[in-house]
Design a protein around this ligand. Structure first.
Ligand SMILES: [Zn+2]
Length: 336
């Protein structure tokens, strides 16, 4: 509180003691000062990009790998450092790509749990795909992908937001969820959801009693694309030649109001990657929550040309993309 404001308050108190109004015009007396608005923390895009690189430095976070274990430990540490109350959820599953039973873990942290207001769930998947089955080179299609954009970008946005939560507690309860086993599906798989979104489905079906059920959910996936990625030689252009975030189809059908609020927030901030074109319907981690009655949306560029190729590397990602998404979500969390 500034000295000036303290003086004004002191003056108001004196008037209150004397029983007189400073409003000599005879109109209604001024009400109590409204609480100051909560300042949203800044989003540090280079620091977020370093989080993207840090995940990739572990290697591909495909199921059963050491990199998967190391990344899990990293995320756990980040949640604890940010001051979240951490809840983890272990489960085992086969995948559409392997009959092997893998150990998976969803990682959650809650902030501002004692605040009133609707509970916001922010999510991203932290595993990376075990095969580069869309690689233009057939010889590389059995390699795991690095998942710089597909996985690490969404996680990076949430990690940087969490640092903001540590600095300025959100004015409403916020749960950050890192979903495992999102990206191991396959066409024709007989597993539920084609073997995609195993972790998020498990979480929605087995919600931990230590956490409040969310009212709203925002998923971020493939949010790190750079401006020129579609112009590169060797990968067919599959979307616009700039990084854009059209409105994912299931989000538009299931949670049109939340879509509008997020896109309006982005437009107010001048983040022009958010476009109101109708995008495809995507089976992603928001779907189990939509099906369970949560207002849930997916912010996603689908599909960038490096999608499920060995080219999904930090060189094809940009801090600007992370900033557009992260700043929009911070503004929404603190100001909407
Ligand atoms: Zn993927």
């Amino acid at each position: 509180m500034t000295v000036t404001r303290m003086r004004i308050l002191a003056t108001l108190c004196i008037y209150a003691v004397l029983g007189v109004s400073c409003n000599s015009g005879g109109g209604p007396a001024p009400g109590p000062n409204p609480p100051p608005p909560v300042q949203r923390p800044a989003f540090d895009a280079p620091r977020a990009f370093a989080d993207l690189e840090a995940q990739c430095a572990f290697g591909s976070r495909a199921p059963g790998t050491d990199a998967h274990d190391r990344c899990e430990a990293f995320l756990l540490q980040e949640l604890q450092q940010a001051g979240a109350r951490v809840v983890t959820q272990d489960f085992t599953s086969a995948t559409a790509l392997s009959d092997q039973q893998y150990q998976f873990t969803n990682l959650m942290g809650i902030f501002s749990e004692d605040e009133a207001g609707e509970v916001l769930l922010l999510g991203a998947h932290w595993d990376s795909r075990a095969v580069a089955d869309h690689d233009p080179d057939p010889n590389l299609r059995d390699r795991p992908i690095l998942g710089a954009n597909d996985g690490a970008s969404g996680v990076a946005v949430l990690l940087e937001m969490m640092r903001g939560f540590a600095d300025v507690a959100p004015p409403r309860p916020v749960i950050v969820a890192f979903f495992d086993a999102e990206d191991q599906g396959a066409p024709g798989s007989t597993l539920p959801n084609g073997g995609w979104i195993i972790g998020a489905q498990y979480l929605a079906d087995n919600w931990p009693q230590e956490l409040p059920w969310p009212d709203e959910m925002i998923l971020v996936d493939l949010v790190g694309g750079d401006e020129e990625h579609n112009a590169r030689v060797g990968t067919p252009p599959m979307s616009d030649d700039v990084f854009t975030l059209p409105v994912e189809g299931n989000s538009l059908t299931g949670a049109p109001d939340l879509v509008d609020r997020i896109w309006t927030t982005a437009e107010r901030l001048g983040h022009d990657a958010f476009v109101r074109d109708a995008g495809r319907r995507i089976t992603d981690d928001h779907v189990p929550f939509l099906n369970a009655g949560v207002e849930a949306i997916d912010i996603i560029e689908f599909v960038p040309p490096e999608w499920h190729t060995t080219d999904d590397t930090p060189e094809h990602c940009s801090p600007d993309a992370l900033e557009q998404v992260g700043e929009t979500l911070l503004e929404f969390t603190y100001g909407d």
